[in-house]
Write a new protein. Sequence first.
Length: 274
Amino acid sequence: MTKISAADVAKLRKMTGSGMMDCKNALAESNGDFDEAIDILRKKGQKVAGKRADRDTSEGAVIAKKSADGKTAFIVALNCETDFVAKNDDFVKFANQILDIAVANKPANLEALLDLEINGVKISEEIITQTGVIGEKIELGYYDKVEGESVASYIHPGNRLASIAGFSKVIDENAGKDVVMQIAAMNPIAIDKNDVSQDVIDKEIEIGKELAIQEGKPADLAEKIAVGRLNKFFKENTLLNQQWVKDNKKTIRDFLKDTDAEVKVTEFKRYSVN
């Protein structure tokens, strides 16, 4: 029987992130063959993943970052089952490794990101391996990016919420951060009222009509009242018309005008767990 040294166990643990005993057992089973030991650990991950396939992954780490040239920002969410794992340093480190690969390669979508390699294998396969390491179902639940002449990113403390935004020109870094913090805090559905989809507007009018009738307003006036209430909806739910969280005497439109009258928000993304 091949003697397994502590150095070999430590080396395999560094390569895979698996526990010491799992690494020792895999090396013993493979007679010290590292490639075979890695396969054994991956098969363990597949077994755990199969058993936990129906589990809910409502927890996780949501992180964001911008590229070195400051023109693209990215969000990824690595999901898991429990808050305990979501706060684990190794889990967050794994999420950041995936994010760094996204920043380096700028994949078009989630599927393309899963096909990229980490530690010599596809990210999708390494997620299964890490499922065996951690013992919980893990999923890459979200990925997106924005581009612009400049971008900003924000991760809310605790890694449960992140936001990114693109701008039409270079913006002061602090101002950019204020905008993505606003997006994180107030969860706008669009940049401006003209960007709100007609489906959403129609739904709000229907809700407003029902509310007006419940308040005893005549049915023939209900729709007019509902349309009038749309302005309040736009103020609360579109970024440029929201009150700035740092100064409610200003809207975000006012804040940006004071910062640079020519700068425009071109797009934004926001994602959270729970």
